[in-house]
Design a protein around this ligand. Structure first.
Ligand SMILES: [Zn+2]
Length: 105
């Protein structure tokens, strides 16, 4: 298996066999970066995704007001510093996972 250079930290890493197109190593920070770029690209190219996000936020707001707000804010702020333990990055990740699972069904 060949080595690749991680797009975030520039360190060589081995892509997983299940994911030969992998561009980021498995470090948590690099995975966060991958997700951030993925979301940014998705927001630009996929109107479906935007709609889905809006719907998710609306649903979240009617049930538990803070969750929708948190996800929205943390997605917008991921380009800036994520404060470890703030919980924002975590809830954004959860929201994305939930969404990804729904889409793959
Ligand atoms: Zn990396």
């Amino acid at each position: 298996m060949e080595y690749r250079q991680c797009k975030a930290c520039r360190q060589p890493f081995r892509p997983r066999p299940q994911n030969p197109d992998q561009c980021f190593c498995s470090a948590a920070a690099c995975q966060r970066e991958r997700r951030r770029r993925w979301q940014a690209a998705k927001r630009q190219n996929d109107p479906d995704y935007r709609d889905n996000q809006k719907r998710a936020q609306k649903a979240g707001q009617s049930a538990t007001p803070t969750i929708g707000g948190h996800i929205e804010t943390s997605i917008r702020n991921t380009s800036r510093a994520i404060v470890p333990g703030s919980g924002n990055a975590h809830s954004a990740g959860l929201g994305l996972q939930r969404w990804t699972r729904q889409r793959r069904k």
